[in-house]
Design a protein around this ligand. Structure first.
Ligand code: ADP
Ligand code: MG
Length: 694
């Protein structure tokens, strides 16, 4: 039995409930379908008055008070949509989709008509749309097309406390825009008390707090955290199910992979338990979850059953799920981290901040008193998370800013400025790609690259494919690399061998991962996009359909910049050269010990185990799509190339001695760096003066 195991988990210690009690105990219950029952409703008129009187308003309110779903509707009722659309940004795709769906439902309209959403590669809006939810990244892109956002009357930057890279850039841009457009209304909405900082940044903007309602939450923590977080989390859920009264459970996990593992483990445990206990209903929610399944998480659990929601950070503040009484919080999340020295970007599992821990615990006390099981000690946490702008690769946003005519990125009005080194690195890369000229101005090529909603190296690969007459192949590869989920399906246990065989059939002639992806897509197309074919070949048909959508859009964008769709599938070298045109900085050379070394950076990297080249006879030179850091620094999606191509394609970046291996460390990056330094000394000097003033 599991008894022993449970006892181990029960080593939770209670923290003080006193502080929670002060918040007041509110017996009102939220009727699910009644907009008027939401906390924000009582403040509707006051809120509208404040929006009328203040161009910029900072709104703070507890998660679930109704900010995201109600404010746009109030504004519409007050007539703002007669002057223009109401745009509301979300840091996450799923949140944008789900909230839009909810609001459409509340208004009784079809999603995509009056209420719609726009996320990368998916536009669910029409001419009729007046309430538009979108990712912060999409609003950045809209600014490229509509610099003054003339079609909008109100912009709501929602979930501002998340401080994503795009949100931070938006802050600077909309702050400026507000001056140029006195009629525009700006609402910065946040779930936490960072409000003061937002207000200061927006020239002492008015802050409005929506009093929330919250029940007391009992917080328990593990005095001696156990090494296997996932295992402990699952056991804790199980323990809750056996010992606690009915009520739903929310578990915070780091991503799809953990969620899927947890789901499997939970199901196994439940099976062992047999019919002795009441049923549990497992609902996963993460960004790549198919749309059809996303709505399920909001369905109430049938009587006598318990819902267990396995969620990423998305459930921390972006989505409110009713009926949660227990939160299990292992205390980790995945964050984007960038090392400007090596240019290496990775998703790291990191401990959450104190602020996040509080938010997560709060999710259990929305409809009744709650309990939060922490698998860590909150004392060990940092107070807040570092904003993404200070730990991200800035190449993409710098190119966007340059395209918006903001040439001096060092003096951009950042709420928290990024490290200078990250900005330099971004400028260097963009210069190397040809997106910026020697004076750091955007080039024609750069303007064409900006059209594509993908990272600069990928957009350079796409635009660069024109020269090699293989744009048809390249956008297929780009689309396959952009689906956000894996293409190949690897079943557990028995069938792995069959799946691996099926996969390797796309790798004939040492093709490499990029070419294999191209072959998968083309074979699928030849089979009339059949999902049966996918099934038989261990391919995720969902990813394939997404790739087809993305490809269609990339084709449209190519047309827009006047590049003809040409196919050159006979000549794989041409395809590889086009890949290299964007990814030449990602080249690596085989070492004696079987590892690889990046050509221009002193960094050892390895072929990713998911690559078709893993374990094959090693290739001397590789180009890779990205580096991922797990146990080692792995190259994901690699393809063989010829070193002389580096010098042919990027003569400003590689010299013959690089590929012959005779270049000394010192001379390596001198060329570009000296050029860029010359360009930016002016702006840097200016910046110093500015900081002195403060
Ligand atoms: P806030 O933005 O202040 O956190 P929201 O406007 O997101 O609050 O949520 C208000 C209410 O709407 C909550 O009770 C939440 O449960 C409900 N809600 C939001 N989205 C959905 C959805 N997709 N399905 C069902 N209920 C939803
Ligand atoms: Mg919200």
């Amino acid at each position: 039995g599991y008894e022993f195991v449970f006892d181990e988990v029960t080593s939770f210690v209670e923290t003080s409930v006193e502080a929670e009690k002060d918040r007041g105990y509110d017996e009102r219950r939220v009727a699910k379908d009644d907009r008027k029952m939401l906390p924000i409703y009582a403040y509707r008129d006051e809120l509208l008055k404040l929006v009328e009187e203040n161009q910029v308003l900072v709104i703070v309110g507890e998660t679930g008070s109704g900010k995201t779903t109600q404010i746009p509707q109030y504004l519409q009722e007050a007539g703002y949509t007669k002057r223009g659309k109401i745009g509301c940004t979300q840091p996450r795709r799923v949140a944008a989709m789900s909230v839009a769906a909810r609001v459409a439902q509340e208004l009784g309209v079809k999603l995509g008509h009056q209420v719609g959403y726009s996320i990368r590669f998916e536009d669910c809006t029409s001419e009729k749309t007046v309430i538009k939810y979108m990712t912060d990244g999409m609003l950045l892109r809209e600014l490229l097309i509509e610099p003054k956002l003339d079609s909008y009357s109100v912009i709501i930057v929602d979930e501002a406390h998340e401080r994503t890279l795009s949100t931070d850039i938006l802050f600077g841009l909309v702050k400026d825009l507000a001056k140029a457009r006195p009629d525009l209304r700006l609402i910065i909405s946040s779930a936490t008390l960072e409000a003061k900082k937002f207000s200061e940044y927006f020239d002492s903007a008015r802050i409005y707090m929506i009093p929330g309602r919250r029940y007391p939450v009992e917080k328990l923590f593990q005095r001696c955290p156990e090494p296997d977080r996932l295992e402990t989390a699952v056991r804790t859920v199980f323990q809750i199910h056996q010992r606690e009264p009915l009520g739903d459970v929310l578990v915070f996990l780091t991503g799809q992979e953990e969620i899927e593992t947890a789901e499997t483990k939970l199901k196994e445990m439940m099976k062992d338990l047999g019919s002795k206990s009441s049923e549990i209903i497992i609902c996963p929610i993460y960004s790549n979850l198919p749309t059809e399944l996303q709505a399920k998480v909001f369905d109430p659990a049938p009587k006598g059953t318990r819902k267990v929601v396995l969620a990423t950070n998305i459930a921390e503040t972006s989505l409110t799920i009713e009926g949660i009484r227990y939160v299990v919080d292992p205390g980790y999340c995945k964050i984007n981290s960038y090392n400007p020295k090596t240019g290496m970007e990775s998703l790291l599992e990191t401990p959450i901040s104190k602020a996040s821990a509080e938010q997560r615990a709060g999710r259990s006390g929305r409809t009744g008193p709650g309990k939060c099981f922490r698998l860590y000690n909150v004392k060990d946490l940092e107070p807040t998370t570092i904003p993404e702008v200070q730990r991200a690769n800035l190449a993409s946003v710098v190119l966007t800013l340059k395209s918006l005519g903001i040439d001096d990125v060092f003096n951009f009005d950042f709420m928290d400025p990024p490290p200078e080194k990250s900005l330099m690195k971004a400028l260097e890369l963009l210069y190397a790609l040809g997106a910026l000229d020697g004076k750091s101005y955007i080039t024609k090529l750069g303007e064409r690259m900006v059209e594509f909603p993908v990272d600069p190296m990928l957009s350079k690969m796409i635009v660069g494919s024109e020269k090699y007459k293989c744009s048809a192949e390249i956008i297929t590869i780009a689309a396959m690399l952009s689906t956000g989920s894996s293409i190949f399906y690897r079943p557990t246990r028995n069938q792995q061998y069959l799946a691996d065989n099926a996969r390797m059939s796309f790798y004939t002639d040492n093709a490499g991962d990029h070419i294999a992806l191209l072959r998968v897509y083309n074979s699928w197309k030849e089979m009339n996009y059949s999902s049966q074919w996918c099934y038989e070949n261990y391919i995720q048909s969902k990813s394939m359909r997404r790739a087809r959508d993305i490809r269609e859009q990339l084709a449209g964008l190519l047309k827009r910049i006047g590049v003809e769709l040409t196919s050159n599938s006979e000549d794989l070298d041409a395809v590889k050269k086009a890949i290299l045109a964007g990814f030449f900085p990602h080249s690596a050379k085989l070492q004696k010990d079987g590892s690889y070394r990046r050509v221009r950076e002193p960094q050892t990297v390895y072929v990713h185990p998911s690559s078709g080249l893993f374990g094959a006879s090693p290739k001397k030179w590789l180009v890779y799509h990205e580096l991922v850091l797990t146990t080692k620094e792995y190259m994901r999606h690699t393809t063989e190339m010829k070193p002389e191509w580096l010098v042919e394609i990027a003569p400003h970046y590689y010299k013959l001695k690089d590929i012959e291996g005779t270049r000394t460390k010192k001379s390596q990056s001198r060329n570009i760096r000296s050029l860029m330094l010359m360009v930016d000394t002016n702006t840097k000097a200016k910046r110093k003066v500015d900081t002195n003033k403060k």
